[in-house]
Design a protein around this ligand. Sequence first.
Ligand code: ATP
Ligand code: MG
Length: 237
Amino acid sequence: MLELSDVRAGYGRSEVIHGVSLTVPSDGVVAVMGHNGAGKTTLLRATVGLVKTNSGTVRFEGEDITSLRPSARVARGLAYVPQGQQSFGQLTTQENLQVVADGRKNGRALIKEVLDLFPALTSLMNRRAGLLSGGQRQQLAIARALITSPKMLILDEPTEGIQPSVVAEIERTILELTRRGGLGVLLVEQHIGFALESAERYYVLEAGRVTSTGSGGAGADVDIDSVVSDVRAAMTI
Ligand SMILES: Nc1ncnc2c1ncn2[C@@H]1O[C@H](COP(=O)(O)OP(=O)(O)OP(=O)(O)O)[C@@H](O)[C@H]1O
Ligand SMILES: [Mg+2]
């Protein structure tokens, strides 16, 4: 379980996150939604240690990781896929996967496993990542994160700027992963329908504060249409 308690974070003297608390269980999806500039990316960056936490705590599986370096958090089982489909553009798909798999004892099997999840990458193994489409690059970025065998996958707008058919494929894969169990997902997503359908719980972030939270469609006895309209209402304020 990942737990943020009253986290304040930002850039230099400019505080962007003003006391956010949220919990992501070890299994299932938690969605964070909010307008552009609300602080979603900053919140994720603080969670993985790329932005300094000014106060509050980040705990993972009971351990206070607030002061740990990003690499130490990755070693604990956090994997972060940043916004914008980033990979090594000059390296091929194969090399991008290999870089992460190198040094892991079952590297070859891990690559095979992620290719089973993202079969579209199989025919693109020799293509430079910089030449892939946005959707293909996003699949590669998620595949690279999965090679670290994470316990908690942190995704920043995985479907942003991607054509609908690939969005559906990425969504299907995220749901398949969570159905297998043993993986928590902290998902920042503007695509409200998918985020709410897949999530156990959602949080709406506005100007660095949680302004609304509730059960998502994956929770028990939830009417997804009324949740979607609640969130739309919360987000127009
Ligand atoms: N490196 C930075 N230095 C200073 N301010 C920053 C930096 N990155 C972001 N900010 C500011 O922090 C605020 C929150 O930005 P953030 O990127 O976290 O928002 P977001 O919710 O992820 O937006 P989007 O939906 O557009 O991705 C914005 O006002 C932004 O200008
Ligand atoms: Mg962002």
